[in-house]
Design a protein around this ligand. Structure first.
Ligand SMILES: *Cc1c(COP(=O)(O)O)cnc(C)c1O
Length: 358
């Protein structure tokens, strides 16, 4: 999607009188707990989107019969804006998040949000709240667009009213400790024909109990396997996953049971651009067990917007835990992280013109 010049706004802007910025300790940001001054709200009613507004971040009031609470029509996105090394602010691949949002909307029987209004809202929010974009290393402004059914109605059918919102959170470096993951042989995140490829709220609800169970067994996250046979690896927690097998970066392919991550796609494109071979294919649990036994599995990591690259230190395989080699010996994961950071923070090349300056 191209950003077009626009002279008129498709929504209203009511800036806050007093910013809360002075109350924020930017050297100590808890992830997702601090919210910037403004949010965007736009309602869908009578078959169309009404005029939206950027105004003060704050609570909302709804009917107890609001359909999203009962039947779960709720979707979201997660994206980031970065303080560039030259001091300016850029959005990273917003068009990719906007199209994925509308993919999720279609799958959940919800109306699509017009792409131009979506992008305009992001840009105007960031102009208003540009001082909320942190400049500490590894920090960013996390952006959360979401939509949910708002009609008050009891009875299962698509809602006729929706609210689309965007708020933002300044975030510091994410959870960088290497994680222990349990290869899940019973519970399932996504099945063929289901909603796993959509960023639908219910997908996360369904993963909470199995993840808590894994935590009670000493793991941090789940390595999800295919629903039918639990023989191939799909995702790690709420991230995509990659392995280094025989020195090669291997990434499970996407399908309707794997969410098509923008970090994953960007990592693959940047590695290939840097001349590194990447394989996208089915990865089986058996293959990981054998590679681990023979020392050919040397790195494993999650890929996602929140954590970027999340190293895995231990695989909880069906029969035993297996520890990966010391992270100081890894080469691929650090390269992925630095190539992504070079683009996102403007400290290096942006070979695919992914950054959209605001
Ligand atoms: C959001 C998400 C990802 C990662 O997507 P990014 O676009 O890289 O942030 C991967 N898997 C699941 C289940 C997700 O919800």
């Amino acid at each position: 999607m191209l950003m077009e010049d626009y002279t008129t706004l498709d929504f209203d802007i009511a800036p806050v009188g007093t910013s809360r910025l002075a109350d924020v300790d930017f050297s100590n940001l808890a992830f997702g707990k601090v919210f910037s001054d403004h949010m965007f709200v736009m309602d869908f009613e009578d078959g169309e989107w009404k005029r939206g507004e950027i105004s003060s971040y704050g609570p909302m009031t709804f009917s107890p019969a609001m359909m999203s609470l009962h039947y779960g029509q709720a979707i979201f996105e997660g994206m980031k804006a970065f303080r560039q090394t030259d001091g300016s602010v850029s959005l990273f691949r917003p068009g990719a998040n906007i199209s994925r949002f509308n993919f999720s909307a279609r799958r959940m029987g919800m109306p699509e949000v017009p792409e131009d209004i979506f992008l305009q809202a992001l840009v105007e929010m960031l102009k208003l709240d540009h001082e909320w974009v942190p400049s500490n290393p590894d920090s960013a402004l996390y952006i959360r667009p979401f939509m949910f059914a708002t009609e008050a109605h009891v009875g299962v059918r698509p809602s006729q009213q929706y609210r689309f919102c965007i708020f933002t959170c300044p975030v510091g470096a994410y959870y960088t400790k290497a994680v222990k993951v349990k290869v899940e042989m019973h519970y399932t995140r996504a099945a063929h024909g289901g909603t796993g490829a959509a960023k639908a709220a219910g997908n996360y609800a369904g993963s909470l109990f199995p993840t808590e169970l894994a935590k009670s067994e000493g793991y941090d996250q789940i390595l999800w396997t295919d629903a039918a046979t639990h023989t191939s690896v799909e995702e790690c927690g709420t991230m995509n996953v990659a392995f280094v097998l025989d020195g090669k970066m291997v990434v499970p392919n996407t399908s309707d049971t794997v969410l098509s991550g923008i970090t994953r796609a960007s990592a693959i494109a940047l590695m290939k651009h840097a001349g590194v071979e990447v394989e996208e294919r089915k990865v089986t649990v058996q293959e990981l067990v054998e590679a681990a036994d023979t020392g050919r599995l040397t790195e494993a990591f999650g890929l996602g917007t929140a954590a970027t690259v999340s190293p895995i230190c231990t695989l909880g395989l069906p029969d035993s835990d297996w520890d990966l080699p010391e992270m100081s010996t890894w080469t691929i994961a650090p390269k992925v992280k630095s190539l992504l950071d070079d683009v996102r923070y403007g400290s290096g090349e942006d070979p695919f013109d992914w950054n959209i300056p605001v």
